[in-house]
Design a protein around this ligand. Sequence first.
Ligand code: AKG
Ligand code: FE2
Length: 301
Amino acid sequence: MIPILDLRTLTGPELVAALTRSSCVFVTGHGLTAAALDGVLDTGRAFYGLPEAEKALVQWPGEGPWAGWQPVYAGGPSAPLMERFEVRLTPGGQTAGLDAWGATFPHWPDRPAGFAQAWTAVYAHLHGVASRVTTLVAEGLDLPAADLPAWTEGQHSNLVLNHYLAQETAPEPGRTRARPHTDIGGITLLWADAAPGGLEAFADGEWVPVAFPPDALLVQAGDLLHRWSRGRLPANLHRVVNPPRTGPAGPRYSLVFFHHPDLETWVAPDGEPADGVAARDHVLARQRAAAEEDARMNATP
Ligand SMILES: O=C(O)CCC(=O)C(=O)O
Ligand SMILES: [Fe+2]
């Protein structure tokens, strides 16, 4: 059972106890409105429906941290069956106001209208939620206060809408919506629709389907949080399965806010700097590992 916690009254020790037990928790009281969420879903779906050549105008250039459109499904016969658009606004830019902050992103699509406004508003809101959750974790674990700004105002975060393709016919063996993984960074905030073929988390030795309660976001602990917590918080292992084969299956959408510390941060267990990692090196190495995993799967006969 994944705990459900109300962010309006949650304390650090309560959050830490729940994350220690289950590596992911639902939060309510996060303040993300249905209208704001719909703004991203509606503009995102419209974008994904554009011709490939138009989407390619805002494609991730293939180097540096992920941003823009990524046709993951094009990565070969065993690549995950999804595409995503990924927005990252400049850390610290929030003080200039929403429009100016939004303008720091270089890959906004021209169509549909209202895309940048809708995504910037949700980005800003979830940036605040991630700061609050990280502050509670730091309080609950008694982590050094001097570390905190890199995980809150200075955070390096990406807002993503995952589009898992409809499956008219059964995918090739080994091809799935998302292979088992832990997320790279600090925390992940996740909303998903209820389409069949959804998220599963690994808990107590088995894969368990994750059923979202109304109005809840899932908070998942990532690899850098595991490190920053001195190993006390486990990173959440999860995957996204294909829909059951009862006939043609529709698409699935999930909205993900991937939070990381400022990439210039050295993330180390307290007092053990030798065990640390530079956040930027870690993020780029994990991106490379994901691409290599696709290539390895594609090489397997
Ligand atoms: O779509 C989901 O439910 C999970 C997505 C995910 O794990 C990811 O994008 O890292
Ligand atoms: Fe994930």
